[in-house]
Write a protein of this length. Structure first.
Length: 538
């Protein structure tokens, strides 16, 4: 546990990818299989469910620290993170228990789920007494279900591969799906390849880079295949050994939630893997993404849900055919075989992602302007001779897949609420709520936490502390006096929001020091954008 807590601290103290990779690799080289398995599990994004109610944890920590509740709350407001606040306030430990991470998880954390409240309290007191400050922080994060570290699954994969001297792609494939933190499964990550072990597992998804330079710099348009960038759920449909699997890009097995897609799989030849986009779909056109979200969030798929939000798979790559891995072949070859397969299958819930064709880049740019009317996010550009990679990597000197998204909607809005961030930003106010004008009042319409530089965040944090009106737990309301330009990808009606609209992927584009708050946009502006979006749709 001590070594894992030290690793978490090192990862949190740096923003350097190379430094994080070095720290992770060193840990996996030294850790035994049981500890390494749990470390992979947690660092790759998994976490145990919350086993101790936050209210009970705060009350116990306040009592152990021998301080009044108001002082605990003040400390929490200053630190911004409950786990770290408790770690700071607890008395110094006696003899620190140097038990391995696996024993802490399996013998002390997981049993908490089945204990009565008084036994949980005794177990927490023993744990706090046996851990140093770093260990307490990690322990508190784990028992509250809030453990999160600023490393990607791809970085963890690279570190495990480097520590074990294994091909990172092989490790990535073995980590996909329902990976369990056992010593045997960790050793299997580092074993020699065995094709039979991959029966139901997807390939690592190949991801595109955002195109942030001139499209003409990519060279001749004839070197590229263009298609729409669909706004759905990325998925791989697998048919192997007579079984069907549907995996989302988030490593979630969603076969049972998508019976229409599973039915496609049942009709596929054995040894086939399709890459594509799951969309709410009717009459040959996509439906709003919100319908798909509602569908995926349902535990029970009633006939009404299936009627209201039918889904289809828009296929855009063929990764395996007749059991042969096709990823190393040029995209143009994979696409040709995919088109033939879709045509031969003629399944009503399967369609080929259509090519978007123009004589030159200017022509593609004009077609790209039709994106919102088609309920897509822009264009995907794929080099016709490109292999299918793993993750967001550049296989060649200039990249193989690019997403050429449409310019975002833009509005000027007023900052009205702020909340602290997480990880290394836990002491800063980084999560903001923005409002626009309606009948002389400011109406909140979006929350955003990305888009600003560290220097800008520090400036806004200082502004928030100086202009706080009220505190609501971790949230502060601020004097309306700061305007920012907010960008977002889509807009739709939403009766659940006071503003009547919901926006997709809001982010901060810039601070508008040049604007007074009375110059911020109004709700009428959002309604106009909504009407414009509706008018563009077929």
């Amino acid at each position: 546990m001590r070594a894992f807590a030290q690793l978490v601290q090192r990862l949190d103290e740096t923003t350097s990818t190379n430094a994080k990779l070095a720290a992770l690799t060193a840990y996996f080289r030294d850790a035994d299989d049981a500890d390494a398995a749990w470390a992979v599990f947690f660092l790759a994004g998994h976490k145990p469910r919350q086993v101790v109610p936050t209210k009970a944890l705060r009350a116990l920590a306040t009592r152990v620290a021998v301080i009044p509740e108001w002082l605990f709350e003040e400390a929490y407001q200053a630190v911004g993170d409950l786990a770290e606040t408790i770690a700071h306030l607890l008395p110094e430990p006696g003899v620190v228990d140097d038990a391995p991470l696996a024993r802490w998880i399996e013998a002390r954390l997981l049993p908490l789920r089945d204990l009565p409240p008084d036994a949980i309290e005794r177990a927490l007191l023993r744990a706090w007494a046996d851990l140093d400050h770093r260990g307490r922080f990690v322990w508190n994060k784990l028992i509250t279900g809030g453990f999160r570290v600023g490393v990607s699954k791809l970085l963890v994969t690279r570190a495990v591969a480097a520590a074990g001297g294994v091909d990172p792609r092989l490790v990535a494939e073995r980590l996909m799906g329902d990976w369990q933190p056992t010593p045997a499964r960790y050793r299997a990550l580092l074993a020699e390849g065995d094709p039979s072990e991959r029966a139901g597992r997807p390939y690592p998804f190949f991801l595109a880079h955002p195109l942030e330079r001139s499209v003409e710099s990519l060279g001749p348009v004839t070197d590229w295949h263009a298609e729409w960038k669909w706004d759905g759920i990325r998925a791989q449909l697998i048919r192997r050994s007579g079984r069907v699997f549907v995996w989302s890009r988030g490593d979630e097995l969603v076969t049972e939630r998508l019976p229409e897609i599973a039915a496609i799989g049942a009709a596929l030849p054995d040894g086939t893997v399709l890459d594509g986009e799951v969309l709410a779909w009717r009459d040959g056109a996509p439906l709003p993404f919100a319908l798909l979200q509602q569908r995926i969030g349902r535990k029970t798929l009633t006939p009404k849900v299936l009627r209201d939000a039918p889904v289809a798979l828009v296929a855009y790559d063929l990764l395996e055919a007749d059991g042969e891995d096709l990823r190393a072949r040029p995209f143009a070859q994979r696409r040709e075989r995919l088109a033939a397969l879709v045509d031969a299958l003629a399944h009503p819930a399967l369609t080929l992602s259509p090519a978007v064709v123009a004589d030159d880049w200017a022509g593609l740019a004009r077609l790209r302007e039709e994106s919102r009317g088609r309920r897509v996010e822009g264009l995907m550009l794929k080099r016709i001779d490109a292999a299918y990679g793993a993750g967001r990597v550049k296989l060649g000197s200039g990249g193989e897949w690019w997403k050429w998204k449409i310019d975002p909607y833009r509005v000027d809005a007023v900052l009205v609420y702020a909340q602290r961030g997480h990880g290394r930003r836990a002491s800063l106010y980084t999560d903001y709520t923005f409002a626009v004008w309606s009948d002389g009042a400011l109406v909140p319409f979006a929350k955003a936490y990305s888009g600003l530089t560290d220097a800008e965040i520090a400036t806004v944090d200082a502004f928030i502390r100086q202009h706080t009106i009220e505190k609501f737990g971790p949230v502060r309301s601020v004097t309306p006096s700061l305007v920012m330009e907010i960008g977002f990808e889509g807009i739709q009606r939403s009766p659940r929001h006071r503003s009547g609209v919901a926006v997709r992927f809001p982010r901060m584009l810039r601070i508008r020091d040049d604007k007074r708050i009375d110059e911020a946009d109004s709700l009428d502006r959002l309604h106009a954008l909504l009407a414009d979006a509706d008018a563009q749709r077929p």
